[in-house]
Write a protein that binds this ligand. Structure first.
Ligand code: C2E
Ligand code: MG
Ligand code: MG
Ligand code: MG
Length: 289
């Protein structure tokens, strides 16, 4: 019998053993069949060029549309997939799907750079480079339209192995972004050894930007550091016009967040690409002024 516990989590109670199976175990049991039954889908969140207000790229984010449980968040199933090893097949599917969609947009005349999140488990595998090459070749997407987002975590425990894999990806022409920048515990010295092309300011610094001078200062420091290293900088979690204006005025290159758009289906993304969007207006005006 299925029931929800006090925290609202699903739990199954096995009558004879009194054993409790947690939501996490249910997820683990159902992940592989979910991949086989095509229950995963990608949504896309625009990355906006803060100078022009135009959409210049998109981050692909995976969703699990569970037939009984509804949509399950990646925060709930990605860690489980990493531990079970399914992240390799799932990650490969995500990579192909995102490249295929980016190629469609490119052929339609809107070459968007597509960002794909890659788990440390994938980065540390020997075949990561050939997997990325296969996805690009199979879909015909030019390598410079693909950006791979990794977190600093991958560099902490296996720096040597990660660096050589990431260098090989960069040599192929693929772009590399450090996601959630500023929240890891790794030394910044990797910035001189790793051919990163972009830093993403974590949303935890953006949230209180307007009221918290420390967060405002940190964001400005990251933007300055990125530019010193000739890197692009993206701020994530932009939810208000005030966030956008502060970051734009601080020289941030790109913005991403609910203020611009939630992650959307490919067809909604296509329609966004053909429109003049409301957030463009003040920026166009301030650029002209
Ligand atoms: P992330 O890569 O840092 O992605 C940003 C997360 O912030 C996304 O959550 C996005 O929907 C959310 N977000 C975007 N704008 C805003 C905003 O203005 N306010 C707030 N509060 N949130 C915003 P999501 O899609 O639930 O993904 C969570 C995390 O799961 C991702 O963090 C990433 O670490 C992981 N993930 C998602 N898709 C994939 C994937 O395809 N592969 C892998 N390996 N990990 C993924
Ligand atoms: Mg990301
Ligand atoms: Mg992030
Ligand atoms: Mg994150």
């Amino acid at each position: 019998t299925a029931a929800r516990d006090a925290q609202g989590r699903y739990a199954l109670y096995h009558p004879d053993m009194g054993e409790q199976i947690t939501r996490r175990q249910i997820i683990r049991g159902e992940l592989r069949s979910a991949l086989e039954n095509e229950q995963f889908a990608l949504v896309y969140q625009p990355k906006v060029d803060m100078r022009s207000g135009r959409i210049s790229g998109a981050e692909a984010l995976v969703r699990w549309n569970h037939p009984q449980r509804g949509q399950i968040s990646p925060a709930d199933f990605i860690p489980v997939a990493e531990r079970s090893g399914l992240i390799v097949d799932l990650g490969n599917w995500i990579l192909h799907e995102a490249c295929k969609q980016a190629r469609v947009w490119q052929v339609q005349g809107v070459p968007l750079r597509i960002a794909v999140n890659m788990s440390p488990v994938q980065v540390l595998r020997q075949d990561v480079v050939s997997m990325v090459r296969d996805a690009l070749e199979a879909t015909g997407l030019p390598p410079d339209l693909l950006e791979i987002e990794i977190t600093e975590g991958v560099l902490v425990t296996n720096e040597g192995r990660a660096l050589s894999r990431l260098r090989a990806l960069r040599d192929m022409g693929v772009r590399l972004a450090i996601d959630d920048f500023g929240t890891g515990y790794s030394s910044l010295s990797y910035l001189k050894r790793l051919p990163v092309t972009c830093l993403k300011i974590d949303q935890s610094f953006v949230r209180d930007l307007v009221n918290n001078p420390e967060d405002a200062r940190l964001s400005r420091v990251i933007i300055g550091m990125a530019h010193d290293f000739d890197l692009e900088v993206v701020a994530e979690g932009i939810e208000t016009a005030a966030h956008a204006e502060f970051l734009r005025a601080s020289g941030c290159d790109f913005g991403q967040g609910y203020y611009y758009s939630r992650p959307v289906s490919p067809s909604v993304m296509t329609s966004l690409l053909g429109q003049d969007l409301p957030w463009m207006l003040p920026q166009v005006i301030s650029r002209r002024a």
